[in-house]
Design a protein around this ligand. Sequence first.
Ligand code: PRP
Ligand code: URA
Length: 207
Amino acid sequence: MHVQVMDHPLIQHKVTLMRMKETGSKDFRDLLVEITMLMGYEITRDLPLEDVEIETPITKMTGKQLSGKQLGIVPVLRAGLGMVQGLLNLIPTAKVGHIGLYRDPKTLKPVEYYCKLPDVQDRDFIIVDPMLATGGSAAAAITMLKNRGIKNIKLMCLVAAPQGVQEINKQHPDVRIFVAALDDKLNENGYIVPGLGDAGDRIFGTK
Ligand code: PRP
Ligand code: URA
């Protein structure tokens, strides 16, 4: 199973707070932004740099800056929206696409309802979705990006089930998966156990 579990103590602490059923929507949203920033710091470690000639108040020097290669962030609606701001805080120039998918509660299969992506020219993409359960939604989102010619894709989730990771590994072995926590299993309704419940409902206060 290929997945990078980002288990920094701050991340583990914050994920525990998010799992607690008494945590309300505002705190849940704020924690999700904070964790996304902590994860984003590592996930963007391989961003290409280029030299830039600058002048400090003391002397001229060659500094480093992010190269022209642009980043695309693609949240899977709805819950993925909760992870966008954390990455934008780190990379304000990133462009944001949106993929609309919901999981049919009976079949657990993803149903597509929206797709709007920035231009793919020389761009790396990070798909964000807090929950990787059966993997059906993330796999479909990756396929939608690939069908539009996008090659360099990372998948960033908060909590994953082993089944979801295996599904992405099988369908998209080229896509690196980053998670804050790898949980035990899925229950009979396709929810991650122990998980944190329905991420979209907890972010937006629905249900
Ligand atoms: C959740 C979650 C993922 C999907 C994961 O979305 O945000 O997109 O389920 O499940 P899977 O790995 O089994 O496909 P949901 O369908 O509940 O929609 P929402 O974000 O609109 O609440
Ligand atoms: N979607 C969620 O929001 N939570 C789960 O546990 C599984 C799918």
